[in-house]
Design a protein around this ligand. Sequence first.
Ligand SMILES: [Zn+2]
Length: 235
Amino acid sequence: MRQPQLLMTFDDCTVDHWFVHRGVFDDAAARVTFFVSHVDRLTDDETDKLRALQRDGHTIASHGLRHLDGPQYVAQHGLGAYLEHEIEPSIAALADRGLGHRDFAYPFGRHDRATDDVLTARFSWVRTTSARHLDGSATQVLVDLDAPTRVLPARGIDVGRSGVANPDDRGALLVVLDEAARTGAGVCLFAHDIAEWDHGLAQGRNFITPDRLRAVLTAAQERGLTAEGFGVLPD
Ligand SMILES: [Zn+2]
């Protein structure tokens, strides 16, 4: 049986908060992936922090230059313009800063066959999103990382979104982790900012608290899942 694997990911660009809470990853022996948007607008300080996270063994990857809805943009402007204005400049901005750029996460999880075809030719792995099912469908997010597909579903674990608390689905997540451990599957999760309740809710962010993140990483560790960045996945 394959070693069960947790691919924990964070989206967008709250670099300062990711960096300040990096001890949570170390405590759980977890390596994670940061999918960064608006890389051309990073300050030198934020760039240095991402480089430090990368040196720690975490993966830095692309989340698009302007966080565009891929299928919508392609419908209006075409695939060529999407690559030219959203994808290639994101790759270049990461490369210019010495940051990783092999993989990609779709903003809003929005994708279709056409974007998958063009982006799996450009990236090694592309990550989508999937529903936070509370029933047996929750385990649909599990993947065989040795299979040829390079489009990965992911379950959201933010505790709040746009100023409102998400439903408590901790039980369903534990079922997913149990099943990954039992079958040797991979499971990809995603969150955004790492912040305390008052901080996240006040600013209307998608966020997970440090305590909740710690609980998820510990639960995965206790079940024998190794938490790795996308960088360990095959090309
Ligand atoms: Zn995003």
